[in-house]
Design a protein around this ligand. Structure first.
Ligand code: AMP
Ligand code: MG
Length: 518
């Protein structure tokens, strides 16, 4: 394994001068050097070969002990210095102070085929930012992060990636439901890959500490390496930088809405500066289409991060980033203009995205009403989002519409005459509207099938893979991994995964109820 190591991050940004791995406030530094914890009996259980080749690692090399040692933190790759990043964040609407990589350790930076990748282990032991926790991760959350980040990539959603999933061989104590019932679980480590792991919180922490000098250093680094097309750092370019972060954040969230992904913890420490989906914790996939749904039990009361609120929360988080960047911009108006533009762009992009899901590519004055009616009607009965939209491309007349929507219902008893009428009504309107399209029905189907996935990582699917993995059977992890590489393709041999959530999973922990305790 011959990696092309570069060191832009650690050589250009200020490091913490304290080399002790003790929990503390880290000031005037972007990161602290820290080595991963050695583990008892590491075992690699899955590798994304596609990601490996992005880093110039061959399939053969992924089978070697050396690969295992490096990507479970048991060996340090020659001439590299692992580190954890310091960041703060607004959690559930409140400033939480310093958070930081409590259980993430960055190994190194690799350049290959003109791409620069940061490689990070999640669950590799404590860091100066671990606060009261152990720095470890369990198998269940690691399977979920590993499978979902790669699945998101293949869905075309901007995301961080994953290279490998391993067991540490150590046991980890967790209280899944925060109800006093602690239990030991298998420890695991995911190696995650991204062009950058910088979050809004990395910038916020400096502003909160009135450390403008280091804020500027970090923003200048970010522009130089990730927004180099903007040119030399200047006030004007700080504004342009914010504008691009705003646009990419919105783009990511529009994709989430399209595929029915609910992040679950959109705190500013979980918002990537590159607009990538990051930190797969208590996320979930919509089964019934419901703007009010959140998978995160910690957020059950206020549902701040519910499906329908994600675009607003993106904006709220961008306000926090604007505040963080203000000291180097010192002008309110341009920042406000960008934030206002987000609202306009959201309406427009959301509308275009929904139209594409319906196969509408021309304009009609009633389109907004048609979409509104659909969203209202979908929520009258629990209706599976993925199945409904995927089947919609087979719509030919009102009768077929009726049949396809029925297949997406969970409780047929709920299907009252009144609701039936609403659907008949909607399908009539939809049918009329389709007449105005210029594309052939074959072409429309192709376009719709390219935006409405057939296969997503339903919450119960992960849980099945986790339960099997816990017993030492990793075949389902691989099966789902392969399935989700082609989420838009018809895969007749995998039709069983194009199905509604089974009843047993309705209220099961891990399927519909998830907590941050991972
Ligand atoms: P999250 O909600 O998972 O994004 O985590 C919020 C903060 O808690 C981040 O600073 C994490 O690094 C930290 N954290 C979460 N779990 C652990 C853990 N097991 N050990 C140490 N820090 C953790
Ligand atoms: Mg996080």
């Amino acid at each position: 394994m011959n990696l092309n190591i570069v060191n832009t991050f650690i050589s250009e940004l200020p490091a913490d001068s304290d080399l002790e791995n003790s929990r503390r406030q880290v000031t005037e530094a972007v990161f602290s050097y820290v080595n991963p914890k050695k583990t008892k009996d590491p075992k690699v259980i899955h590798v994304s070969q596609e990601m490996a080749s992005e880093l110039n690692i061959s399939e053969e090399e992924t089978n070697l002990d050396f690969f295992k040692s490096i990507f479970t933190g048991n060996k340090i790759y020659p001439k590299t210095k692992p580190f954890s990043m310091c960041y703060g964040g607004h959690q559930f609407g409140n400033w939480a102070g310093q958070l930081g990589d409590g259980r993430a350790i960055n190994l190194f930076e690799v350049e290959h085929q003109n791409k620069n990748w940061k490689v990070q282990l999640k669950g590799a032991g404590e860091t100066p930012f671990s606060r009261t926790a152990d720095g470890l991760a369990v198998l269940r959350s690691s399977v979920r992060e590993y499978l979902c980040s790669e699945a998101m990539f293949h869905l075309g959603v901007p995301t961080t990636r994953a290279l490998s999933l391993s067991l540490s061989g150590d046991a980890v104590l967790r209280d899944v439901l925060y109800d006093g019932n602690q239990a030991f679980e298998k420890g695991a480590i995911v190696s995650r890959i991204s062009p950058s792991f910088l979050r809004f919180g990395n910038y916020e922490i400096f502003t909160a500490r009135e450390d403008v000098e280091n804020l500027k250093k970090l923003v200048d680094y970010t522009i130089k390496h990730h927004f180099s097309h903007l040119g030399e750092p200047s006030k004007e370019n700080y504004i342009n930088f914010f504008k691009e972060v705003s646009a990419s954040t919105l783009d990511m969230i529009i994709h989430w809405q399209r595929v029915g992904f609910v992040h679950g913890v959109m705190n500013t420490d979980n918002m990537s500066i590159l607009g990538l989906t990051i930190d797969f914790g208590p996320y979930g996939w919509l089964e019934g289409f419901d703007f009010g749904w959140t998978p995160n039990t910690t957020d059950r009361q206020h549902k701040r991060y519910r499906y329908g609120n994600q675009p607003n929360m993106g904006l709220w988080n961008l306000y926090q980033l604007a505040n963080a960047l203000y000291p180097i911009i010192e002008e309110v108006e341009p920042l406000e203009a960008i934030l206002n533009q987000y609202k306009v762009d959201f309406e427009q992009q959301s509308f275009t995205m929904m139209k594409s899901k319906l196969g509408l590519f021309t304009s009609d004055e009633n389109d907004a009403v048609l979409i509104q009616h659909l969203e209202d009607t979908l929520q009258l009965t629990e209706t599976d989002m993925t199945i409904f939209f995927r089947n919609l491309s087979s719509f030919s007349n009102e009768k077929s519409g009726f049949y396809l929507v029925e297949k997406a219902f969970y409780e047929l008893e709920d299907f009252s005459d009144a609701i039936k009428m609403k659907w008949i009504n909607w399908f009539e309107k939809y049918s009329e509207r389709l007449q105005k399209e210029t594309t052939s029905s074959k072409e429309r189907k192709e376009k719709m099938d390219a935006v409405n996935p057939k296969y997503v990582l339903r919450n119960y699917m992960s849980q099945l893979a986790i339960d099997a993995a816990d017993k030492g059977d990793y075949t389902l992890i691989d099966e789902l991994f392969q399935l989700l590489k082609r989420p838009y393709a018809e895969q007749p041999e995998n039709e069983k995964w194009f199905a509604k959530r089974p009843e047993w999973a309705r209220n099961k922990v891990g399927c519909s109820m998830l907590s941050c305790s991972s």
